[in-house]
Design a protein around this ligand. Structure first.
Ligand SMILES: [Zn+2]
Length: 422
């Protein structure tokens, strides 16, 4: 397989050739020490790929004589990872504040950055992302997704939320009242307006509808609910009738309660979630996407010296919420809110999930089969199973024992094409 590397170098220099980066080998037989199939680890399994599909996985895979055999000693093979909460159009806030990214960076700069972010994400083994809002970049996520699908630039499969939807007056950026500035999301209120905006975003290419159930617009800048329960219900009904899932930003108990009552698919952040609210989520089958790494990153941007100083209240609170969610047995997605921190560093969320009390094997499940099931993409990705797309990550070591091994990238394949081979 040594010829793959120079081939890829050539291909990245000549983007128009990119679509043809698949080699002439119709079959690949991948031979790691073990395979995580999305549910459990299997010692001694092999995986056979034909073109862009997995066609067999198990202990004794009958292999065509022309199959290209890739020996992966000391390695674990997993389904390509699924990032549950990304913002490819944002970069870390300690580089540039969120306000300045939205208001001062040109569209061209933000697209250029997103292209780089998409490549970094894929090369880290995250072959799918649920991108939850462009933050002032309109429908450019749909355009980026199309460019990736056409093979113009390398990147993950994308589930797009486009602009996302907020209640009027709640979201930023905010300057003095006399100046109307571009908002980081679309404002819509009342059932009629919300129906129109949800359908508008679907029409522009949204795969998932994202709503903010609360935001920091309280009298003391604390988070308070935004949409009423009825508004959320209507948005969920309209999105759901088109077959789309709904992701809701909520950090307050009341925002979460309204989201649960509305029957959303996932609740993002849940910073102040109580044991009772997680119990309710469990009962209603609503998944939780904790974004631990974003809370951790923001605390550090505000001056917290991790490992030296005591954890600030926001971090302590997040730890408690996550523990309560685990205890209640809520379905937990893997999504870090990456963009707040560096794209390609998505594994940071997985490491923190383990640090905060989740078993490594369950974190691997969250990042593969659980995310695929919750996001309704499990007929294509999320497991190592015959018939699914050949989205595969191979790492040195065993991340079901040591989660940090998830960073030891050995091979990344998406749609049967090898993008990374170390
Ligand atoms: Zn986010």
């Amino acid at each position: 397989m040594t010829y793959i590397k120079p081939l890829l170098v050539i291909l990245f220099c000549c983007p128009f050739l990119f679509t043809f980066s698949q080699t002439n080998d119709t079959f690949y037989l991948l031979k790691p020490d073990r395979v995580f199939d999305g549910e459990q680890m299997h010692e001694g399994w092999q995986v056979l790929v034909e073109r862009n599909k997995i066609i067999a996985a198990g202990n004794n895979v009958s292999t065509p004589s022309n199959a290209k055999i890739i020996e992966l000693r000391g390695c674990s093979l997993l389904p390509g990872l699924i990032e549950g909460h990304s913002h490819l159009f944002l970069h870390p806030y300690n580089e540039t504040s969120w306000d300045d990214q939205v208001l001062k960076e040109s569209d061209a700069e933000r697209v250029a950055r997103a292209v780089i972010h998409a490549k970094a994400t894929l090369f880290a083994g995250f072959t799918t992302v649920r991108d939850l809002g462009t933050e002032g970049m309109g429908y450019n996520d749909v355009g980026l997704k199309q460019a990736i699908e056409k093979g113009i630039v390398p990147g993950p499969r994308m589930l797009c939320a486009t602009k996302a939807i907020v209640a009027t007056g709640s979201y930023g950026p905010k300057l003095k009242n006399e100046i109307d500035v571009l908002k980081g999301a679309a404002e819509a209120d009342g059932e009629d307006d919300l129906i129109k905006e949800v359908r508008n975003q679907i029409g522009k290419g949204a795969d998932v509808v994202k709503l903010y159930a609360d935001y920091r617009w309280g009298v003391n800048k604390e988070a308070e609910p935004t949409f009423t329960e009825e508004e959320l219900k209507k948005a969920v009904e309209v999105a759901g009738s088109s077959g789309r899932i709904v992701a809701v930003h909520a950090t307050t108990v009341e925002g979460m309660r309204r989201a649960v009552a509305a029957g959303v698919t996932t609740i993002e952040h849940g910073d102040n979630g109580s044991p009772e609210i997680f119990e309710l989520m469990k009962q209603k089958g609503i998944a939780y996407c904790p974004t631990l790494a974003a809370t951790d990153a923001i605390a550090q941007y505000r001056g917290w010296r991790k490992g030296i100083e005591e954890e600030p209240e926001s971090v302590k609170q997040k730890r408690e919420s996550f523990a309560a969610a685990l205890k209640a047995g809520v379905t937990i997605c893997m999504g870090g809110d990456v963009g707040v921190f560096t794209h390609g560093d998505n594994a940071r969320e997985m490491e923190m999930m383990v640090e905060y009390g989740m078993k490594p094997i369950n974190v691997l499940k969250s990042a593969t089969s659980v995310n695929a099931d919750v996001f309704k993409i499990n007929q294509h990705v999320g497991r190592i199973k015959a018939g699914l797309l050949a989205d595969i990550l191979v790492v040195n070591g065993d991340p079901s024992i040591n989660i940090h091994d998830i960073r030891n990238t050995k091979l990344v394949m998406k749609d049967g094409v090898i993008y990374v081979q170390n």
